[in-house]
Write a protein that binds this ligand. Structure first.
Ligand code: DAK
Length: 260
C-alpha cells in the first residue's frame, strides 16, 4: 500500500485511513480520489482480520475542506462529468463496503468532504467539526452524491436550504439534523469511532454485511428493498452464525460468531 496522500495504519483489526494533505486542509485532488479507489476496491480487502475502517483528516483543522479547487479551473463539461462519475464511483465503493466505515470528522467537512463523510456508514463529529455544501459559492453543485445523500439523511426541507444557501453548520446542528451519529469532545473522534466498530464486530459479520446491503437497497434505483431484505434474511438463515446465535441465546451464553 503505497500512497502519496493517504496514511493507513492497521491495528487490532481496524484500518485508520487519514487523508494527509494538511496544508490544503486535506482537499480531495484527483490523486487522493484515485488512492481512495485503490484502498476501497483492493487494498482494504487484503487486510486480514479487518473489522472496520475509520476515515479521518490530518491535523486539527479539517476533515476534508472539499474537492481541490486548484484543479477546477478550465474544466470542460465533459471532463467535469467524468470527474464527478469517478468520484461517485469511489464513494459508492465506500457506501457498499461490507464492513463498517466510520467517518471521524475532526474539523471542516465541506463540499466533497461532507460528501465523503456521508458516504461512510456512520459519522462521529468532534465538537469543532463544521459541515456544509458550499458549491454554489463556486458556481457548482455537489458532484460526489451530495444532492442525494444530504436529502436521504436530513430530508428535503433542510437539504434544499443548506445546498442553496451554502450555510455551514456546526457539529451540534448536524447532530440535531441527523447528519451525524455522535458529537464528542475534539480529539476523541477516533476513540469513539473505534468503540463503534468494536461493538459491531461483536455481532455476526455476515448479518452486518446484509444490513449494509439491505439499507443501501432502500435508496437504490429499480430495487425493491423489501424483496431484497427477504433474500438477505434467507441468506442469513443458511449461515453457521445464525445457528450459533440462536443456540447461544437458548443456552444463555454469549454467541461466538465465525463469519460463516
Ligand atoms: N481546495 C484547495 N485548497 C484548499 C481548499 C480546497 N477545497 N480549502 C482550503 N484550501 C487551502 C487554502 O487555499 C489555503 O492554502 P494556502 O493559501 O495556505 O496555500 C489552505 O488550504 C488553508 O486554508 P485557509 O487559509 O483558507 O484557511 P481558513 O482557516 O482561513 O479557512 C476554510 C478555512 C475551510 C473556511 C476555507 O479554506 C475555505 O472556505 N475553503 C474552501 C471550502 C470550499 O469551498 N470547499 C470546496 C467546496 S466545493 C467535482 C466534484 C466535486 C466537487 C467539485 C467538482 N467535479 C467532478 C468536477 C466538489 C466541490 C467542492 O467540494
Amino acid at each position: 500500500m503505497n500512497y502519496q496522500n493517504l496514511l493507513v495504519s492497521f491495528e487490532q483489526g481496524i484500518a485508520l485511513l487519514t487523508i494527509n494533505r494538511e496544508k490544503a486542509l486535506n482537499a480531495l485532488n484527483a490523486q487522493t480520489i484515485n488512492e481512495l479507489h485503490q484502498f476501497f476496491s483492493q487494498d482494504a480487502y487484503n487486510l486480514e482480520g479487518l473489522i472496520g475502517v475509520i476515515v479521518t483528516g490530518a491535523g486539527e483543522k479539517a476533515f476534508v475542506a472539499g474537492a481541490d479547487i486548484t484543479e477546477f479551473r478550465g474544466l470542460s463539461a465533459s471532463a467535469g462529468k467524468d470527474l464527478a462519475q469517478r468520484g461517485q464511483d469511489v464513494f459508492f465503493l465506500i457506501e457498499r463496503f461490507p464492513k463498517p466505515v466510520v467517518a471521524a470528522v475532526n474539523g471542516f467537512a465541506l463540499g466533497g468532504g461532507c460528501e465523503l463523510a456521508m458516504a461512510c456508514h456512520l459519522r462521529v463529529a468532534g465538537e469543532k467539526a463544521k459541515f456544509g455544501q458550499p458549491e454554489v459559492n463556486l458556481g457548482l453543485i455537489p458532484g460526489y452524491g451530495g444532492t442525494q445523500r444530504l436529502v436521504q439523511y436530513i430530508g428535503k426541507t433542510k437539504a434544499m436550504e443548506l445546498l442553496m444557501t451554502a450555510d455551514i453548520i456546526d457539529a451540534n446542528d448536524a447532530h440535531h439534523l441527523g447528519l451525524v451519529n455522535y458529537v464528542v469532545p475534539s480529539g476523541a473522534e477516533i476513540e469513539k469511532a473505534r468503540a463503534l466498530i468494536e461493538k459491531i464486530a461483536s455481532k455476526a459479520p455476515i448479518a452486518i454485511q446484509h444490513v449494509i446491503a439491505s439499507v443501501n437497497a432502500y435508496f437504490a434505483e429499480n430495487v425493491d428493498g423489501f424483496v431484497f431484505e427477504v433474500d438477505s434474511f434467507g441468506a442469513c438463515c443458511s449461515t453457521d452464525d445464525f445457528q450459533e446465535g440462536a443456540t447461544a441465546f437458548l443456552e444463555k451464553r454469549k454467541a461466538e460468531f465465525k463469519g460463516k
